[in-house]
Design a protein around this ligand. Structure first.
Ligand SMILES: Cc1cc2nc3c(=O)[nH]c(=O)nc-3n(C[C@H](O)[C@H](O)[C@H](O)COP(=O)(O)OP(=O)(O)OC[C@H]3O[C@@H](n4cnc5c(N)ncnc54)[C@H](O)[C@@H]3O)c2cc1C
Length: 378
């Protein structure tokens, strides 16, 4: 099944070559045509159950879709959130919410592409977010400032994490947070401003000023939002890891081909062990990471606890893609810096995954504390 998906995604991506992405990158423009093509083909509704009009596939299939996008030289960041935010909505949304939104998302009429968690003063430490949602009758009044809310300008809905009970009044600091589905088309008092970055990522600052969000749009239980978004976050880590695998495979293929073709001192550069060994090492790291991504996705799909595996998949795959990127750039010599080769663009793009959606250090701290039982370091 996944092989068939990979083949058809690869065929779709072939319509969007490197020149398409280079042009967008230069203009910092959104890949509207590419996202429309993926939507029309049904890939962004892959996880929506068939009764709501989706494909009813699991996270393993979503991982295959995003890996292929990246392996083709493209980038799924323009639309990948619709696949990972589903984890929260499908598992914790009520029937009325699913009926109201899922069929329209599946038809491609509604976009759920924004996930608002990070704030200027709260990135790694999610429990310190200051955005407040205060109940007033049948609405919550939201005030606060989110940063790095990617695709907010290209989405109809946003999954928003806000504090409903002050931190000093809860037993555990992750208690008292709640998750809402904000309809950006209707919400009054929301200001969205793009944040220029080193990559073409459509990321934004989003300010909420007395925004009334219907209480009916609270997902799951008030105060339990952190637990509810963990499903989305684990899905996000697994899917980002799949994108890293795609990047790594693109870099390895590109480096291998160039090393065969480029002749220096009368022989292909790939004949030198100094050139071929880093490529072979990156290949081995990628294949090892792929096993962890597959294991994490299988656990997620079986509703099993997958925190350690999702985190390890993201750690190993992002390190493999970064090693492959560095090796690919080095193999290309000066041409690695030329935009026409795509290497420098992909190099910049894959660097993000050492930092977002969770930084390498925080994954190591999680594994040390929660898996190995070492003392909490922060
Ligand atoms: C392009 C882009 C897109 C993004 N998209 C989204 C999005 O759509 N939605 C969203 O909510 N967020 C998004 N983010 C935010 C991203 O999740 C955060 O940048 C990330 O979680 C890190 O938070 P921070 O930037 O505040 O870094 P900080 O938390 O300030 O950390 C800075 C550095 O210090 C290190 N550090 C911090 N504490 C410790 C510790 N205790 N031990 C060891 N090291 C530590 C970190 O590892 C990191 O390297 C995006 C970010 C970027 C750059």
């Amino acid at each position: 099944m996944n092989d068939e998906i990979r083949r058809s995604v690869a065929a779709l991506c072939a319509r969007f070559p490197g020149t398409y992405w280079q042009d967008l990158d230069a203009r910092r423009a959104y890949p509207t045509d590419f996202v429309a093509a993926l939507t029309q083909a049904g890939y962004l509704a892959a996880l929506i159950p068939e009764i709501y009009g989706g494909a009813g596939l699991g996270l393993g299939a979503a991982a295959a879709i995003l890996e292929e996008v990246h392996k083709s030289g493209g980038n799924g960041a323009a639309c990948h959130a619709q696949l990972y935010t589903m984890g929260t909505l499908l598992r914790h949304g009520n029937t009325a919410q699913k009926d109201a939104y899922l069929p329209a998302i599946a038809r491609g009429e509604l976009r759920l592409q924004a996930f608002g968690v990070t704030e200027p003063d709260a990135g790694s430490d999610t429990s310190s977010i200051a955005t407040r949602a205060t109940r007033s009758g049948d609405v919550y009044i939201v005030n606060g400032r989110k940063l790095w809310t990617s695709r907010a300008g290209h989405s109809d809905l946003m999954l928003l994490l806000a504090r409903t009970t002050p931190k000093e009044r809860v037993a555990k600091r992750t208690d008292g947070l709640s998750v809402f589905l904000v309809d950006l088309r209707r919400a009054q008092g929301v200001t969205i401003a793009p944040v220029p970055t080193m990559i073409n990522h459509a990321t934004c600052e989003v300010v909420f000023e007395d925004v009334a969000v219907p209480a009916a749009n609270l997902i799951g239980e008030e105060g339990k939002g952190f637990c509810h978004i963990l499903d989305g976050m684990n899905a996000e880590r697994i899917l980002i890891a799949a994108e890293c695998l795609g990047d790594a495979r693109w870099f390895i293929a590109k480096a291998s081909q160039y090393a065969k073709d480029r002749v220096v001192f009368g022989r292909p550069i790939g004949q030198n062990q100094g050139v071929q060994f880093p490529i072979a090492r990156a290949f081995a790291a990628t294949e090892a990471a792929a096993l962890m991504v597959a294991q994490a996705a299988a656990l997620f799909d079986a509703n099993g606890a997958c925190g350690p595996e999702a985190n390890m998949a993201k750690l190993l795959a992002s390190e493999a893609s970064w090693a492959a990127a560095d090796t690919c750039l080095q193999t290309h010599g000066g041409f690695g810096f030329a935009t026409a080769f795509d290497v420098e663009r992909k190099f910049r793009e894959t660097r993000l995954y050492q930092v977002a959606p969770i930084s390498t250090n925080l994954i190591l701290a999680y594994l040390a504390e929660h898996v190995l039982g070492l003392p909490r370091s922060y």
